[in-house]
Design a protein around this ligand. Structure first.
Ligand code: NAI
Length: 548
């Protein structure tokens, strides 16, 4: 019974006659021995009977808790259909309902009242060896805010993709939620809420708790990759800055997002036969997402030979008060570092006195790339796009705000307003666009293009740190795999069924960069390739034999 109850070992109806005899399973299972393929067909049939996405999510998670090989094989065979069910967007619903759909334990709850015994909690993990931990404190879950302990749904879903795409062995992944309370009144009022019923710990107490957690991780998992996920903006960056030099760690919201956007942009720039250093880049929105993407783009420009000042001069940021320039008195240090000199813009023709808005910027410069991270839907208007497209042959336009209602433009409109010439990638999913007898697929800048590959890269190369240059190497490797490079009417980013192969390519690039920077031992590229291949787990049943 233990075998049947252990999802990592259970084969269900696929246990062979020999195994059934060996482990005393006869009679406990129906007599017909099935193949994995037959099991997948039945599981898919059950999945299709569910009538909404949350039910489909619950169905898949129940399968994961019953038979992990079958779960991953089903996912792999239906990757396009099921990725949005195990991860975004459906996982948001699962986090909101976490206390109500909770069935079996998975992962570790590190609750604030247990702060003095975190190492003990971690020692209770189901498997001793862990390659990747995803940890959240549940405060800024996707677009739905504070979910308290229910945030654990995100690390669970995300680690499923580390395995599905990166090939990280499922028993070597560990989801963790730091349960520091919640300020979500609905959760606190819910009699079934499973988390610690307390308002969020804040300030010094919060950071001390994070430090206690990190020290325990260092002690228990000195070589494990620790990925931070969905922390509030005010916590995410200070945590990353404090610990990125101390352990193998990265923040996917900050670094992963920027690397995917950079990968798609580098792909687009290559499609038009240009280089990143030739671009004039306009951002609508200057919040944390926008400056994160800009920092990554700037790193790529500097890597290609520009000085920091030259690189910065190619960025034009527009926030809710207009163009960011040195004459403005309301700028934070971060925004000021991207401010255009006042002299450079003082002669701009503008519609309104004392304010340079997006349309003015597009009218006054030859922008080649336009990126939206403003949270305001519909702000890339027809006149703005037509003006941009009048001056450049292939405008690169990325409305990245989520969800769809906040997208700066609809993909279809961008294609039509630019007479089919724009290279478009979006934050939210958009269907293909029909234009001039062609079907133009629209790439979605989804973090899934980078994080599973980064996990695989650090595991295979046994890297000790995740550096900015490794992120840049990942973005470059992603761009080299852009389908649009081979077929002008293809998407800027690879399709999901090709992601395991692309992840392996990215992992090699990450490993080579880690060696270059001295954070991984030097080995020949061929050996690294072999290691990446060997590290990519496939959902197949092993055969169990009597070990005597
Ligand atoms: P934020 O609130 O920090 O920044 C928003 C920025 O937009 C601010 O600089 C604000 O001044 C500016 N803004 C607001 N209204 C404006 C207007 N009418 N015109 C010009 N600028 C305006 O938000 P954050 O965290 O930077 O996120 C921005 C958006 O990016 C969100 O919609 C988020 O969903 C999306 N995002 C998308 C990702 C992706 O991979 N596609 C990843 C991360 C964020």
């Amino acid at each position: 019974m233990d075998l049947l109850d252990t999802p990592l070992l259970n084969k269900g109806t696929a246990f062979t006659e020999e195994e059934r005899t060996l482990f005393g399973l006869h009679g406990l299972l129906p007599p017909h021995v099935e193949t994995l393929e037959e099991q997948v067909a039945r599981a898919y049939e059950a999945y299709q009977l569910k009538d909404n996405d949350l039910e489909r999510h619950i169905c898949l998670r129940a399968l994961q808790d019953n038979n992990e090989v079958l779960f991953y094989r089903l996912l792999l065979d239906h990757i396009d259909e099921m990725t949005p069910i195990v991860y975004t967007p459906t996982v948001a619903l699962a986090c909101q309902q976490f206390s109500h759909i909770y069935r079996r334990p998975r992962g570790i709850f590190v609750s604030y009242p247990h702060r003095n015994s975190i190492a003990t909690l971690l020692r209770n993990r189901p498997n001793p060896n862990v390659d990747v931990i995803v940890v959240t404190d549940g405060e800024r879950i996707l677009g739905i805010g504070d979910q308290g302990a229910g945030g654990l749904g995100i690390p669970i879903g995300k680690l499923s993709l580390y395995t599905l795409i990166g090939g990280i062995r499922p028993e070597r992944t560990l989801p963790i939620v730091l349960d520091v309370g919640t300020n979500n009144a609905q959760r606190l009022r819910d009699p079934e809420y499973i988390g610690w019923r307390h308002e969020r710990i804040a300030g010094e107490d919060y950071f001390n708790f994070i430090d206690q957690f990190v020290q325990a991780v260092k002690q228990e998992f000195p070589e494990t990759c620790l990925q931070w996920e969905d922390f509030a903006n005010t916590h995410a960056r200070p945590i990353l800055e404090r610990y990125s030099d101390q352990l193998l760690t990265f923040n996917d919201d900050i670094q992963g997002t920027a690397a995917v956007a950079l990968g798609a942009i580098l792909g687009a720039v290559s499609v038009i036969g240009k280089s990143i250093v030739e671009q004039q880049i306009v951002f609508l929105g200057a919040g944390s997402a926008a400056t994160g993407v800009a920092d990554e783009l700037r790193a790529a420009m500097e890597d290609d030979g520009l000085s920091e000042a030259e690189a910065r001069s190619r960025f034009w940021f527009v926030d809710s008060h207009g163009l960011i320039h040195s004459g403005r008195a309301d700028l934070s240090a971060e925004k000021l570092s991207y401010a255009q000199p006042r002299d450079r813009v003082s002669k701009f023709a503008t519609k309104t006195k004392d304010r340079i808005d997006l349309a003015d910027v597009i009218a006054n410069i030859d922008a080649t790339i336009l990126i939206g991270l403003s949270t305001v839907g519909g702000t890339f208007t027809e006149p703005i796009i037509r003006e941009m497209a009048r001056k450049v042959e292939r405008p690169i336009i990325f409305p990245l705000s989520n969800p769809t209602s906040k997208s700066e433009a609809k993909a279809e409109d961008l294609i039509h307003w630019s007479d089919g010439r724009a290279l478009v990638a979006t934050g939210s999913p958009f269907g293909s666009v029909d234009y001039g007898g062609r079907k133009i697929p629209i790439a979605q800048c989804n973090n899934v293009y980078i994080f599973p590959a980064m996990g695989l890269g650090v595991v295979a190369s046994r890297s000790r740190r995740v550096t900015d240059a490794m992120m840049l190497a990942a973005a470059r490797a992603l761009s080299a795999n852009s389908p649009a490079l081979r077929d002008a009417s293809a998407s800027l980013l690879p399709p999901l069924p090709d992601l395991r192969r692309v992840a392996a390519e990215i992992a090699v690039a990450v490993g080579l960069q880690a060696q270059k920077e001295g954070v991984a031992a030097m080995i020949p590229e061929e050996e690294l390739r072999q290691r990446v291949k060997a590290s990519q787990w496939m959902p197949d049943y092993p055969s169990y034999r009597d070990q005597g």
